[in-house]
Design a protein around this ligand. Structure first.
Ligand SMILES: NC(=O)C1=CN([C@@H]2O[C@H](COP(=O)(O)OP(=O)(O)OC[C@H]3O[C@@H](n4cnc5c(N)ncnc54)[C@H](OP(=O)(O)O)[C@@H]3O)[C@@H](O)[C@H]2O)C=CC1
Ligand SMILES: N[C@@H](C=O)C(=O)O
Length: 270
């Protein structure tokens, strides 16, 4: 499908576009007429995906090979965000997990995971919002995880990086309030992808099929949430009132933390 110039929505940068959720984002965004910049480390895969998108949708698709757990990799993508005024959407999707207790997780895995899931996502969000705010247009999508809602024994670092994405992205929503810039937080549950092999220590196969979503359903729901103007989209959460309750409760808890008097149960000064 080709799109006329006047309807072009601009360029979308998708990190982690070489597989899983990111690859499906690239496909769906190309179907919507976006030109693409595909970011990941595996160049051959990215080239094949880019060629396929060009051929099937008639869009431009560039490959940007970058290791986002390294400062130079993140800087290369940030540079594209600040130089290329056609970029109207960033999907901060690249991420990985290690399903291991802390003491069994090698130090480089920990630093790479924090570097990718937290530092790169933060710096690329900053570069995107700087460009989008200047143009008063653009959309930032950050991929968190249901694993960021509560302590998750066995995956202490991954779950915590996703808790960061949850709070960070919602904080950014406050920063763009009153502008035309949009920030969406996407919280997948369990999704079929190579990510489970990368994570090790757990296998998708023993999980009941009923709790695992396809990458296609996950991305289609995330984009439907974006179309509906949602700030937080949880593709597998049927009871969305529970999310609002959670947000309300944590917001009230934050407010009630600001009190100069020690709580009575500590009997300080009594
Ligand atoms: N699958 C699931 O159950 C869930 C996944 N998520 C999140 O969804 C996102 C996508 O994961 P998913 O599709 O499952 O996993 P995949 O492993 O299929 O995809 C991860 C993508 O990130 C890229 N990537 C990994 N490390 C780096 C790096 N250092 N620099 C640049 N790119 C990198 C990979 O490409 P390459 O190796 O070529 O660099 C790949 O394209 C992640 O943020 C994940 O945490 C959230 C909830 C559930
Ligand atoms: N990727 C999954 C677990 O590691 C998740 O985010 O739930």
């Amino acid at each position: 499908m080709t799109h006329s110039h006047s309807t072009k929505p601009g360029t979308a940068i998708v990190t982690g576009a070489s597989s899983g959720i990111g690859k499906v984002y690239a496909d769906r965004l190309a179907a919507r007429g976006y030109d693409l910049v595909l970011v990941a480390r595996r160049e051959e895969r990215l080239k094949d995906i880019a060629a396929d998108l060009r051929q099937r949708y008639g869009v431009n698709a560039d490959v940007l090979v970058a290791d986002l757990s390294r400062p130079d990799g993140t800087a290369a993508v940030a540079d594209r965000l600040s130089r290329d005024a056609s970029v109207s959407l960033l999907v901060n999707n690249a991420g990985f997990s290690a399903l291991k207790p802390l003491t069994n997780t090698p130090d480089p895995v920990i630093t790479d995971m924090i570097g990718l899931n937290v530092t790169a996502l933060t710096l690329l969000s900053k570069a995107a919002l700087a460009a989008f705010k200047q143009r008063n247009a653009g959309t930032l999508v950050n991929i968190g995880s249901g694993a960021g809602f509560a302590p998750y024994p066995g995956i202490p670092v991954y779950g915590s990086t996703k808790a960061y994405v949850y709070l960070f992205t919602q904080s950014l929503q406050g920063e763009v309030e009153g502008t035309a810039v949009r920030v969406q937080l996407v919280l997948p549950g369990a999704v079929v992808s190579e990510g489970w092999d990368v994570a090790g220590g757990a296998d998708l196969d023993p999980l009941p099929e009923s709790i695992v979503m396809t990458t296609e359903d996950c991305v289609d729901a995330a984009l439907a949430g974006l179309d509906q103007g949602e700030r937080v989209t949880a593709p597998s959460l049927h009871d969305d009132a529970s999310l609002r309750d959670y947000e309300g409760l944590t917001g009230r808890l934050l407010q009630s933390m600001f009190d100069g008097r020690p709580a009575a149960r500590y009997r300080v000064g009594s």
